[in-house]
Write a protein that binds this ligand. Structure first.
Ligand code: 5GP
Length: 115
């Protein structure tokens, strides 16, 4: 499957669609989920055109991968989640219910998240 440059997160990256941004650097953008499933529900996306973790892991440069995951950790810290804990989830492909075909990590926190 080819990357769709008009997926909703690509459009958010190009600022064609507004988002409640909480973090941005050269490699990552993070914004609040439009339909939050926890008190804090932030989506973190790489700036490159990657569909899923498999695509990201295989084709992004080591610098992109390192800086992306450092950004995820930094965002959790900035959101005040490091002490009490948080959860990261990334859906990949149809069986996961992945809705947006641009690799993203859900960051959940702000309450006990259950098991
Ligand atoms: P997925 O199921 O692909 O892992 O998750 C996609 C997430 O993107 C969902 O939690 C959904 O609420 C969120 N989402 C979909 N469209 C938009 C949008 O236009 N803006 C924002 N901020 N989040 C969106």
């Amino acid at each position: 499957m080819a990357y769709d440059p008009n997926n909703i997160f690509a459009r958010i990256l190009r600022k064609e669609i507004p988002a409640r941004t909480v973090y941005e650097d050269d490699f990552a953008l993070a914004f609040h989920d439009i339909a939050p499933k926890a008190p804090i529900h932030v989506l973190v996306i790489p700036k490159g055109p990657y569909i899923s973790i498999a695509d990201f892991g295989e084709t992004a440069s080591p610098e992109e991968i390192t800086c992306f995951w450092r950004a995820v950790s930094k965002i959790a810290e900035e959101q005040g989640l490091t002490h009490d804990g948080f959860r990261l989830i990334s859906n990949s492909g149809p069986n996961s219910g992945q809705e947006v075909p641009h690799f993203h990590v859900h960051l959940f926190g702000g309450t006990f998240l259950g098991v």
